[in-house]
Design a protein around this ligand. Structure first.
Ligand code: ZN
Length: 408
């Protein structure tokens, strides 16, 4: 086996592990160095650093301090990497930590994080998913099981100071357009809960005050939450600093397109087996501004889908101009209403859409005034037939069972 260069102890606070960080800043020292061509393993915490527990209460999802996330393993320095290169990263394999064969999905309270359907599910709820080899199922969501499409929700290289300043300026400026919004438009730097890896002293405090939060995807990749970035993928990352500084975390056992529940996919602690290489000067050679990647040769083969359409007319009947966000929300809400006819609660159905290998497609963006988005629900993940028929839907799921919910 290749060497494990970063280990995490799930019984220990991630703040005590100097090979972990939760902000983006060029001054964070490399946790470890490798050479082009090297293979190695990095272990990671789940994105909350172990805050969410395997139990039947959503209090932890309600109470979590979201300024602490995401706990990333790295940065990994790659010898000879220079600004303008492309870092080629092979995700050779990914798995759950053997002492933690479970994951969680939740909806944040609207007052603390929210989510894609927060107006419909404003309270904290949680489901626990157990791993059975390559499959997962949940005591909170009966009647479904599926193969994992394991991937890192978050992976990318350190920004340089110029890029960091661009991020902070545009996001802080954006927040200022609606400073009182709940949930907020974006998350500004926040020093108090920053974990800057090995950085110490005054330079640590200065960097903590300006380190970019890890929540959004940005030019470097970061928290893209792309389910297809799974084991076997090859990713080409822009390099901004000497050594590149690759970090990874937020592993997902499975996720639907959009990660609509926000807390989020099936979140887990685990390990990533990586190989790195360089394409010198690759950013200019290929005109690369954002990462590009090749998919895995091995993915779960669900061939049959029930596909829900949504258009850019919102729940109040208001027209929106070619808005795919509104259209995808309608497709999701349509799927939830449909699944409720089989006995699921709305929350259970929402949890399925967030965690199963559901596909989301932008189907049309030119037919004014309506965008059309589609949500592809794999039918084979259900233990019963969910197709429409003249006989009507059968309630396969016993009523009264729901996800743990916590009042604000
Ligand atoms: Zn995640």
């Amino acid at each position: 086996m290749p060497e494990t260069l970063i280990s995490v102890d799930l019984r220990q606070s991630p703040y005590e592990n100097e090979q972990v960080h939760n902000r983006w800043h060029p001054d964070i020292p490399m946790a470890v160095w490798v050479k082009p061509g090297d293979e190695f393993i990095l272990e990671t915490y789940d994105w909350t650093g172990g805050y969410i527990k395997n139990d039947d209460s959503a209090d932890d999802v309600r109470d979590i301090d979201l300024s602490t996330v995401h706990f990333l393993s790295g940065p990994v320095g790659v010898k000879d990497a220079e600004p303008g290169d492309l870092l080629v990263v092979d995700l050779l394999d990914i798995g759950a930590k053997s002492d933690s064969l479970w994951g969680f999905n939740g909806f944040f309270s609207k007052k603390n994080g929210g989510g894609f359907l927060t107006e419909h599910f404003p309270k904290a709820q949680k489901s626990i998913w157990d791993f059975h080899g390559m499959f997962t199922s949940s005591r909170h969501v009966p009647g479904v099981s599926y193969a994992g499409l394991i991937h890192p929700g978050l992976i990318g290289c350190l920004p340089d100071k110029k890029m960091l300043d661009i991020w902070n300026e545009r996001e802080v400026g954006f927040i200022a357009t609606k400073p009182d919004r709940v949930p907020p438009l974006a998350n500004p730097p926040f020093a108090k809960t920053a974990h800057m890896g090995k950085l110490k002293g005054e330079s640590r405090d200065k960097a903590a005050a300006e380190g970019a939060r890890t929540v959004p995807p940005r030019e470097h990749g970061g928290n893209c939450d792309i389910k297809d970035l799974s084991r076997g993928s090859k990713i080409f990352f822009p390099v901004y600093v000497d050594g590149a500084g690759l970090s990874v975390g937020d592993l997902h056992f499975s996720q639907g397109d959009g990660e609509i529940t926000f807390c989020g996919a099936i979140e887990m602690a685990g390990w990533v087996h990586l190989r790195v290489n360089l394409i010198k000067g690759g950013m200019a050679k290929y005109g690369i501004q954002n990462p590009i990647f090749k998919p895995s040769p091995i993915t779960p083969t669900y061939k049959d889908y029930l596909i829900f359409e949504g258009i850019s007319v919102d729940e109040q009947g208001q027209q929106h101009y070619l808005d795919v966000h509104v259209a995808y929300r309608q497709a999701c809400l349509n799927a939830i209403e449909y699944l409720k006819k089989f006995g699921y609660s709305g929350a259970q159905a929402y949890s399925i859409l967030g965690t199963a290998p559901v596909q989301g497609h932008i189907s049309g963006v030119v037919d004014i005034p309506n965008a059309c988005a589609t949500l592809w629900l794999p039918t084979e993940i259900f233990e019963f037939d969910i197709n429409p028929s003249a006989a009507g839907p059968v309630k396969h799921i016993a009523g009264g069972v729901d996800l743990p919910l916590s009042e604000d």
